[in-house]
Design a protein around this ligand. Structure first.
Ligand code: G6P
Length: 608
């Protein structure tokens, strides 16, 4: 989703803006632009397409000299991707310029009012309304004017604003869209996310809702809507800067797949003590756990799939009923939750608009909310009652891999912990599970080392039109993730089906050569799965099977088999996902797709 960057300091702003925007490219965008203020004059360049177009048009920023500036990558919501709809947006006098991430929901009403007052609009965006409102209310005091405009806007926003009569000040404000401030040596920076500032500083401030920031070269001042100063501690970011770089890999996605053994180990190890699960940050006493009557797992995209796996594991191990729901549905359907309900929100970014709204809905109804979040200090992490971090480090590729894998193991850890507290697991079974859990990073490493084999297989299917993924039980959960991974980056139509459901319609789509990826890792479901594979094969399907070592009979019911190492029935998704990720990746590479930045998608979906 849109990314914003702003800089004020003693260095040229434009190259810093371009560099910061490049670091935010992963969020997804379709146009970009920067504006720089020098001696009270604001100049801007913006264009449809990739950021490098703006880089070329400005000779890497040289044509826009000045030490105060704002920049933006736009993911179109209001109005098509075009030069004119790209941000920044300026008023008629070129005295106020704005970049915006979010959606102003009442923009039409505000726009009509401004038109009545004689304002003219050049773009179709909601953001231009913000610029014109700032113009309308401007009284020479930026802070007061911004607050006045905030009171009139409904929706979500992170804004970067420059007033040309305050040529040494950069203003920013947020409501429900992410915004951070970095304190660098040469000046101060605003951004939508930490990777944009890491090159310049590791000390960042997380800006809260309805806080307004005024930055100068030396100072960072934060205000509330009553114009009072807000005191805030900076947070030291201890990521390795390289973690947000490709490090020699062709794509971030490939690098992040290779990060998985470490990410999984980092997520698991602090939570295993003396063969038992200890999750210090859980914020739930044993007594509270005993009082939980129902769990909701609420999330979007791959995080939702991790929730589905979690349901199978939690219900089987801890015997607590679990409902998994997409956040966009949960938030609007008046769900039945109360004080004895635990709501788990899973989110890599911690900023997904629907997941955040679901969190607030659940909290408002009295439920206890636990976040399973990757981005430290993100909105969901801050607003949840407690947070269990996945320690995947920064994830840049739009298609999640390592964060998803960490979400899976977090759900295993939670399920084991609850089963332990509720006395639903013997010490011996717990020990075995812990041993298997510890083996996952090495097993993932081994699977990754077979990547050439999967690449070869993928190359045979570059022209496929439809690919189906089937599985039963927990294997159905991983089929959904395998299917999503493939379609989101390769643009091949793909669906996941619970294998038993196939014959109720979908099997009519199977014809000669249709690729069906069948996942079968559950002993009690092998026979059923084998029958389903035979059914599709006898209708012409080519069957790719993913199964555990030793299941040799699978060879007879399929055309190609990928074996995963043995583990217990709860953890197989963590291993089966690796060949499926690699398969999606190599199909996308083979088709020449932009693997890290697939069309129309955003890493962090901060609007509805
Ligand atoms: C986007 C991303 C997905 C992600 C989903 C949920 O659609 O492209 O990879 O699974 O959002 O994001 P979250 O940050 O909440 O996990």
């Amino acid at each position: 989703m849109c990314g914003i960057v702003g800089y004020v300091g003693n260095e040229q702003a434009a190259p810093i803006l371009l560099d910061g925007l490049e670091k935010l490219e992963y969020r997804g965008y379709d146009s970009a632009g920067i504006a720089v203020c020098q001696d009270g004059k604001i100049k801007m360049t913006k264009a449809k397409g990739r950021l490098k177009v703006v880089g070329e048009l400005t000779h890497n920023g040289e044509t826009l000299p000045g030490t105060l500036g704002i920049g933006h990558t736009r993911w179109a919501t209001h109005g098509e991707p075009s030069d004119v709809n790209a941000h920044p947006h300026m008023n008629k006098e070129n005295s106020i310029v704005v970049v915006h991430n979010g959606i102003i929901e009442n923009y039409l009403k505000l726009k009509n009012r401004l038109i009545e007052k004689g304002y003219e609009f050049v773009s179709e965006t909601d953001t231009e309304v913000v610029t014109q409102m700032l113009d309308y209310y401007y009284n020479g005091n930026p802070l007061q004017t911004i607050i006045k405009v905030m009171h009139r806007m409904e929706g979500s926003y992170a804004l970067g604003i420059i007033f040309n009569d305050h040529p040494h000040q950069l203003y920013a404000v947020r409501k429900d869209s992410p915004l951070i401030v970095g304190k660098a040596k040469s000046g101060n920076i605003i951004a939508s996310d930490v990777p944009a500032v890491l090159k310049y500083t590791r000390d960042v401030y997380f800006i809260e809702n309805e806080e307004i920031v005024c930055l100068t070269e030396e100072d960072i001042e934060i205000f509330n809507v009553d114009e009072e100063i807000v005191h805030k501690e900076s947070v030291r970011i201890d990521w390795d800067v390289n973690a947000a770089e490709k490090g020699g890999y062709e794509h971030f996605m490939l690098k992040e797949m290779y990060d998985q053994p470490k990410a999984i180990a980092d997520t698991i190890s602090p939570r295993i003590k003396d063969g038992k699960i200890e999750i210090e940050e859980l914020g739930l006493s044993d007594e509270m756990i005993r009082g939980i009557r129902k769990i909701f797992v609420v999330a979007c995209g791959s995080a939702y799939h991790a929730g589905i796996t979690g349901k199978y594991v939690m219900e089987d191990l801890a015997r607590i009923p679990v409902e998994v729901e997409m956040a966009s549905e949960f938030r609007y359907r008046n769900p039945i939750v109360g004080e004895d309900t635990l709501v788990i929100i899973i989110s890599q970014s911690g900023e997904t608009a629907d997941s955040l709204a679901a969190l607030r809905e659940a909290k408002g109804k009295g439920a206890k909310v636990l976040g399973i979040v990757n981005v430290v200090g993100s909105s969901i992490a801050r607003e949840a009652d407690s947070v269990m971090y996945t320690w995947a480090g920064p994830e840049i590729a739009v298609a999640t891999t390592k964060a998803y894998s960490c979400q899976l193991v977090s759900m295993y850890l939670l399920s084991m912990k609850f089963a332990q507290v509720l006395g639903r697991i013997t010490d011996e079974k717990m020990l075995n599970l812990v041993e298997d859990l510890k083996k996952i990073p090495d097993q993932v490493e081994l699977l990754l080392s077979h990547k050439e084999r999967i690449q070869k297989f993928a190359n045979r299917y570059l022209a496929a039109k439809d690919i189906f993924f089937i599985g039963r039980g927990i294997d159905y959960a991983i089929s959904m993730e395998g299917s999503l991974k493939l379609k989101e980056i390769s643009y091949i139509h793909s669906e996941a089906y619970a294998a038993g459901e196939l014959k109720h319609g979908t099997i009519s789509l199977v014809e000669d050569g249709t690729l069906v990826a069948a996942v079968l890792t559950q002993e009690d479901l092998y026979k059923k799965m084998l029958s389903n594979m035979v059914e599709v094969r006898s209708r012409g399907a080519f069957v790719l099977a993913v199964t555990q070592e030793g299941n040799d009979e699978v060879e007879r019911a399929s055309d190609y088999v990928i074996y995963i190492p043995n583990t217990n029935k709860y953890f197989t998704n963590s291993l089966a996902v690796i060949p499926l990720q690699l398969f999606g990746y190599y199909i996308a590479v083979g088709r020449g797709c932009d693997v890290d930045k697939p069309r129309n998608l955003a890493k962090s979906v901060t609007v509805e």
